[in-house]
Design a protein around this ligand. Sequence first.
Ligand SMILES: Nc1ncnc2c1ncn2[C@@H]1O[C@H](COP(=O)(O)OP(=O)(O)OP(=O)(O)O)[C@@H](O)[C@H]1O
Length: 461
Amino acid sequence: MATDSWALAVDKQESTTDSVSLNSDRSFTCHSCLLEDKAAQSLLNKMIHTSLVNTTNQVEVLQRDPNSPLYSVKTFEELRLKDKLLKGVYDMGFNRPSKIQENALPMMLAEPPQNLIAQSQSGTGKTAAFVLAMLSHVDPTNKWAQCLCIAPTYELALQTGKVIEQMGKFYPEVKLAYAIRGNKLDRGAKLQEQIVIGTPGTVLDWCSKLKIINPKKISVFVLDEADVMIATQGHQDQSIRIQRMLPKECQMLLFSATFEDSVWKFAERVVPDPNIIKLKREEETLDTIKQYYVLCSDKEEKFTALCNIYGAITIAQAMIFCHTRRTAGWLAAELTKEGHVVALLSGEMTVEQRAAIIERFREGKEKVLVTTNVCSRGIDVEQVSVVINFDLPMDKYGNADNETYLHRIGRTGRFGKRGLAVNMIDSKHSMNILNQIEEHFNKKINKLDTDDLDEIEKISN
Ligand SMILES: Nc1ncnc2c1ncn2[C@@H]1O[C@H](COP(=O)(O)OP(=O)(O)OP(=O)(O)O)[C@@H](O)[C@H]1O
């Protein structure tokens, strides 16, 4: 995926939201935008999660055969891994299996092989789990492809490839091939590498048209990021075509960060007789958040209100959400003029640039992060105590986007710190959205007079 095409997708998305107020009936779906948006989110999350995301939720396990004993492990030793692999695991700094790995690893390493559908949020250890399973299954003396893993995009495939290389560092006999665009092989050439990671189109070509991989010899098939994969119909079809070429006894594993119905339907088509492991995301609530709204007439007044808030209370770190990247850029420049150290997440940035900015903000190097929703969707920055909705979140029909509102300002039970959210209202339409949000969450949002310094001071107590 070229950088510019990504930026273009964001542009397209933002132009959609831009047009909402002009033509609220307009319904717009852009499948390639959806894929790129979802894929970029996944990639960002991968880059940001340099350590495990812990949740207090319990893992739910649904066994295909409820009578067989349910194994879970608390240490990597219990898995009886090859020394070379155990060394690789410890070299990555893993001391013990993550919550999802405790159940998924014994299931994936069982004999006879078990099929698995696993769902848990980004950063909970899914990739590490299936990489370990693939490396364990490989017979390095056999010089042909044995494990096949497909990912929705070139970049996501590269990321997973890196994990395979890292974990297999002390097991150099096992080789990895990338079935991605640009990696041209001649028709009929036979792959020597035991593990193949790639995107569905290229993998399908290698299996069928070019016959570089013999699909009948594949014993482990992994479908990663299923929720991103299904964002394009083409990918779904290709994945299913690949799966159909594999032998019946091939172990099928499917992973997803989310589990909406469409993912579920797809998963059931790709993974026969599955065991299922789910780790729910922690619920966010608005219980510990103080919410206010400020009445303004235009964006300049919103900016003045923002400055008044900054002048009256101490804000450790704030995230400010704007509708379009034009507004975000303007606001970041104005705040910078006022002497704030501002980070801006903007549509034309590459995923790498975004990850770097989010990382700096998480480290506290910048105190204000201005962003559009498209840029920051799916990103968790939990330490932020103040959220400003410079523009309220709305869907493509111009209605309140309650889910996004909750995600922007909500807190999980564990991060139950008190928070403050201020909503800027500058039109009948935005007031209407605010009312819809109040109604949806059954919570009153109080008015704040930002010309009254005493009143602002009170909200920080
Ligand atoms: N058992 C473990 N102990 C410590 N760190 C781990 C463990 N397993 C994985 N990690 C690390 O935690 C981070 C997230 O893990 P991983 O990428 O496997 O999660 P994921 O669920 O696949 O996320 P995504 O859905 O974004 O791909 C990585 O930096 C990984 O190296």
